[in-house]
Design a protein around this ligand. Structure first.
Ligand SMILES: Cc1cc2nc3c(=O)[nH]c(=O)nc-3n(C[C@H](O)[C@H](O)[C@H](O)COP(=O)(O)O)c2cc1C
Length: 398
C-alpha cells in the first residue's frame, strides 16, 4: 500500500506516455498522491488536462512559470515527494540525466531532488540497444537510480524486442518496493552476485556457471523489506532487480574494489561465485596458435578473498556477514570449515553437483550454518530461499 506517499511523476515524450495515465490511476488506487510533470515532448502524447484530471492535481510544465515559483519553487517541488518516478523514461531523458543537464523543468527537478529516483525506460528496440543508451543505463544505475523494465514485446513502431515500458502494475510494484517501510528500513545491505570473468586475453575469459539468480532474488527480497541495497554483480544471466543501487563488475578484483567503496554496511551478503584464481600472464592481445601444437602455459594467481577480507575487518565490519558455500562434496562439513576459516557469521551452503540442477536452475536446497548450529531448509524456489534469508537477516539486525 502507498497510503500517504507522495510521488512526483515525470512523464517523458514517448509513445508509452499514454500508459502513465493508467499508472497515475493505479498509484492513486493504492493511496498515493501523484504530482505530474510533463515535458514539452510529452504534451504531444498526453494532454495536461487529462493528466491533471486523473491525478486530481495541478500539472507542472514549465521551469520559468513565475506563478509556479510563487506557489512552489522548483527546488521545493523536487523535494516535496517521497519518490521521483520517470515514466516513460525516454532515451533523451536518460541521456540528460546521465549528463546532468538541467535545461527544462523535468531535468532540473531530477538534478535538484534529494529523493530516490525510479525510471521506467521505454523506447524503440534499436534506441534501447544503442551503445549510448546502454552506457547511460550503467552510469545511471551506478548513480543509484532505480530501474523497472523495459519489457520485451511488440512495439508501436512494429518492431519486436526489449524497449516496451513495463506495465503500470509492475511499475507500482517497483514503487512499493522502493518505498517499503519494512523492518530493514534505514539499513544498508550490500549483496554480491553472479560469476566473475577473469580474462585470458581480450576475447577469452575464465568463468563459472553462476546465473546470478539467487543473489538477485536476495537483493530483491532485502529491498522489499525496506533495506537500502547496494547490488554488486558480475556478468550474470538475469537482470538486476529494481529498487537497488546496481554496480556492474567483471573481475574478482573489480568486485573487491566495488565492495570496499560500498562499505560501510549494516550487513553484507556474498552470494557471488568469485573466481579463486585469475590468469596472471593474461595477454594484452588475442593469443594465436603458432603451428607448433604447443598450448600456451597459463599461470594463475590467487584472487583477493573478498568474504574473508570483510569478515576480518578490524574497523567498520558489517554487523552481519553472510557467505555462500557452493560445494559438490561433503557440503555441510566443507561449509562449516569455510565459516571458521573466513570468519563470517553465517554460511549458506548448497550442493551444486550437476545432478541437483541448482546451478543455473530455479530452485535451491540450502543449509544455514551459524554459531547456533546448522539449519537445514527444504528444497525451495530461489525466490523463497531469498525471502526466508531476508527475514532471517532482518531478525538479526533489528
Ligand atoms: C511518434 C513518436 C514516438 C516517440 N516515441 C519515443 C519513445 O517511445 N521513446 C523515446 O525514447 N523517444 C521517443 N520519441 C522521440 C522523443 O519524443 C524525443 O527524443 C523527445 O525529444 C523526448 O523528449 P523528452 O526528453 O521530453 O522525453 C518519439 C517521437 C515520436 C515523434
Amino acid at each position: 500500500m502507498l497510503a500517504g506517499k507522495r510521488i512526483l511523476l515525470i512523464v517523458g515524450g514517448g509513445i508509452a506516455a499514454f500508459k502513465s495515465l493508467d499508472l497515475i490511476r493505479r498509484l492513486r488506487e493504492r493511496g498515493a498522491t501523484v504530482t505530474p510533470v510533463l515535458t514539452k515532448a510529452s504534451e504531444e502524447f498526453v494532454t495536461p488536462l487529462s493528466t491533471s484530471a486523473l491525478a486530481g492535481q495541478k500539472v507542472y510544465r514549465d521551469l520559468f512559470d513565475l506563478t509556479d515559483e510563487a506557489e512552489m519553487g522548483h527546488i521545493e517541488l523536487s523535494r516535496a515527494a517521497d519518490l521521483v518516478v520517470v515514466a516513460p523514461a525516454t532515451a533523451d531523458l536518460m541521456a540528460k540525466m546521465t549528463a546532468g543537464l538541467a535545461n527544462d523543468l523535468a531535468s532540473t527537478l531530477l538534478m535538484a531532488t534529494d529523493k530516490r529516483v525510479l525510471i521506467a525506460p521505454a523506447m524503440n528496440v534499436r534506441m534501447w540497444e544503442h551503445p549510448a543508451t546502454q552506457r547511460n543505463l550503467v552510469t545511471l544505475q551506478g548513480d543509484g537510480i532505480m530501474t523497472v523494465g523495459p519489457d520485451v514485446g511488440d512495439m508501436a513502431c512494429g518492431e519486436h524486442g526489449p524497449g516496451r515500458m513495463s506495465e503500470p502494475l509492475a511499475i507500482v510494484d517497483a514503487v512499493e518496493a522502493a518505498l517499503a517501510d519494512g523492518p530493514l528500513k534505514g539499513k544498508h545491505v550490500l549483496v554480491t552476485s553472479g560469476p566473475t570473468h577473469e580474462p585470458i586475453d581480450p576475447v577469452r575469459y575464465i568463468a563459472n556457471r553462476s546465473s546470478g539468480a539467487q543473489g538477485t532474488a536476495i537483493a530483491r527480497s532485502l529491498a522489499a523489506l525496506g533495506a537500502d541495497v547496494t547490488f554488486i554483480t558480475g556478468p550474470a544471466d538475469v537482470s538486476p532487480p529494481s529498487g537497488v543501487k546496481v554496480v556492474k563488475v567483471q573481475t574478482a578484483r573489480e568486485m573487491k574494489d566495488a565492495v570496499d567503496t560500498a562499505l560501510p554496511a549494516d550487513a553484507a551478503v556474498f552470494a557471488a561465485a568469485v573466481a579463486d584464481w585469475r590468469v596472471e600472464n593474461a595477454s594484452g592481445s588475442k593469443m594465436k596458435k603458432d603451428g607448433s601444437g604447443k598450448a600456451p602455459a597459463l599461470e594463475f594467481a590467487e584472487n583477493p578473498d573478498i568474504l574473508a577480507g570483510v569478515s576480518q575487518l578490524k574497523k567498520g565490519r558489517p554487523k552481519l556477514v553472510v557467505g555462500f558455500a557452493a560445494e559438490t562434496d561433503d557440503v555441510d562439513a566443507n561449509a562449516t570449515a569455510k565459516r571458521k576459516r573466513k570468519g563470517c557469521d553465517w554460511i549458506v551452503a548448497n550442493d551444486v553437483s550437476p545432478e541437483t540442477g541448482i546451478m543455473g536452475g530455479s530452485e535451491n536446497a540450502v543449509s544455514v550454518i551459524s554459531d547456533e548450529g546448522t539449519e537445514v531448509w527444504p528444497r525451495l524456489s530461489k525466490d523463497q530461499v531469498a525471502a526466508k534469508l531476508a527475514e532471517k537477516i532482518a531478525g538479526a539486525l533489528t
